[in-house]
Every structure is written in structure tokens, then in C-alpha cells.
Design a protein around this ligand. Sequence first.
Ligand code: GDD
Length: 321
Amino acid sequence: MKILITGISGFVGSYLAEYCLSMPGAEVYGTILSHHLGDEMKRIEGVKDKIKIFECNLTNRIAVERVLQEVKPDKIFHLAAQSFVRVSWDGPEDTIFNNIMSELNIFESCRNLGINPIIQIAGSSEEYGLVSEDEVPIKETNPLRPLSPYAVSKIGQEMLGYQYYKSYGLKVVLTRAFNHEGPGRGEQFVTSTFAKQIAQIEKGKQEPIVKVGNLQAQRDYTDVRDMIRAYWLATEKCEYGKPYNICSGKTWVIEKVLEFLLSLSTVKNIKVEKDPERMRPSDVQILKGDYSEFNKATGWNPEIPFEKTLEDTLNYWRERV
Ligand code: GDD
């Protein structure tokens, strides 16, 4: 089976590459952006001799078609995206253009080449946006009220997937992943930025102050190692064209995430300071999902407790700062 992972050197892509390689008979291919050839490649250092990598800007239709023509994949995990919510307000056109055009190019290339792989589209719980306390746990039928350009781009991706399934019978699998974390997470995301700052403080490389944004938001966290298992199962067992929540069904207030990481630190009395730069024009306040549809289709349940995810993330940064 030929598997293509877009954004293979990204946080999720690198875990998924390793997981796919453990499947009997799997050949793994991946795309990366050429400016990711440096640091990001470290994530796939361990598997780079077992996979074939293409430098490919997915917003370039010709480049996408060339890769698909060469690989002729049976499965595509389309993970490549501008995935940092905060940045999407600074450059909304970049986020919307990148996220939607890349997917459109994959779909149109498949049609043009006459291939019909299973294509997983990595949607997001951000799509739900404004959710009130009496609307949780969130089901797939909850309204989508996006609060960021990123969320709009993910809704666009999902709608495009639905339309290509209905119009042309493309085998599009739609996942709505809630937050997923773990070692190797990009340092701009909350678990990683807190853990990295604490690791730096422990090494005496930062004064004992952790900078933070909105601590009152609530997120539903899953370990990335559980998430990639879910993505695999989604492509094996889910119905095409129908969105599925993937989450733990439990929430953590961001303040508690910080408190837990601080409790693991060898330095006590670390101060916490609000950084206005880390605040968002409209933050999603509560995400707590219901994954019963996905469980029914696949039998999947999350296994790794979030405390372990946080501990592993802190240890990851301790080894690197
Ligand atoms: N990044 C960041 N940095 N977030 C902070 C900070 C900080 O210093 N302090 C508080 N927060 C709050 C944010 O305001 C948000 O409410 C929450 O922590 C989580 O922020 P992120 O880790 O940046 O993730 P996200 O929820 O915005 O988006 C992530 O999850 C989505 C799925 O729900 C990303 O992985 C998206 O790509 C993904 O789709």
C-alpha cells in the first residue's frame, strides 16, 4: 500500500510516518516545503531512509500533480496546513489561501490523473468556534461558528471535501481533531511554549517568569500518539464525506495545564506574567467533544493520560534547551 503524507516533517506527520511504516507492506511517501529542509527534518531523522520525500509547495498545482503522478498513492493523509490559530489573524490571506488551495490542488490532480485514493482531511475542533457551556459535549451536529481565519479555512477544507465526495465520488474522510499534543509539538502552541519556558528557567537561561496568554480557555486534549492511531482507523473504517470528532471528552482549563507543568518543575516560585501579544482578538473559550460517532465506527478510545503527555513534553524540552 502506497501512503502519501503531506507535511510529513510536521508534528503529527512525523509520528504518522513512523506508525504507517509499522503496517505490513506499507510504502511511505511525504511532502515537505523546501524551507523546512533544516530544523524540521530532525523530526523525521529516524525514518528518513525508509521514506521518500518530495519538496513540494502544495499551492502549486503542477508540483502537486507531479508528485501524485509519480506516487499514485492508495491513501493520502493531508496534514500540511498553516495550523497556528494566533498567526491566522496576522495574515488571514496566507492561512486561507494555503489551507484551501493545497487541498483543491490534491483533489483536482486526482481527478485529472484518474486516481481515487482514500484522502483524509485533517479538520479541527476550532471549526465549532463560539460554543456556550450548555452546548457541550460538542457533537458533529453542533453549529459551526468560526472565530478565527484559521477556523474558516478548516471549514472551507471540510466543505470542499464534502463537495468533491458528492460531485465526483472522491473517497474523502473528514476528521475533526480536538487539540493534540506531545513531545515535538511546535513551540508556539500552549503546552510547548509553557514547557520550553520552564525548561529554560531550570537551566538558568530565562528569568523565573513564564509568559502566558488567556488562561481561562478550556481545551479537550488527546496525546498525538493516540491521535495518529485514530487517523489511521478513520481511513480504514469511517464513512466518506461525513465529519467525525476525535477527542478525549474531557477538558483542561489552560490555567491547570500551567499549574501541572509548574508542579513538575525543579524550580519553585516561578512567576506568571500576562503577555498581551499572546492574547487573541476572539479566543475559543470552551472545547469539550463527544467522540461517540467515531468510537462506534472504529472502536477507538484514547489511552494516554494527558498528565503523561505534559510530562513527556517537558522532558523533551529539558533535553533540547
Ligand atoms: N499558543 C499559546 N501561547 N496559547 C496560549 C498561551 C500562550 O502563551 N496562553 C494561553 N493560551 C491559550 C490560547 O489562547 C488557547 O485558548 C489555548 O491556550 C490553546 O492554544 P494553542 O495551543 O495555540 O491551540 P489552539 O487551541 O489555538 O489550536 C490548536 O488546536 C486546534 C484544535 O482545536 C492547534 O493545534 C490547531 O491547529 C488545531 O486545529
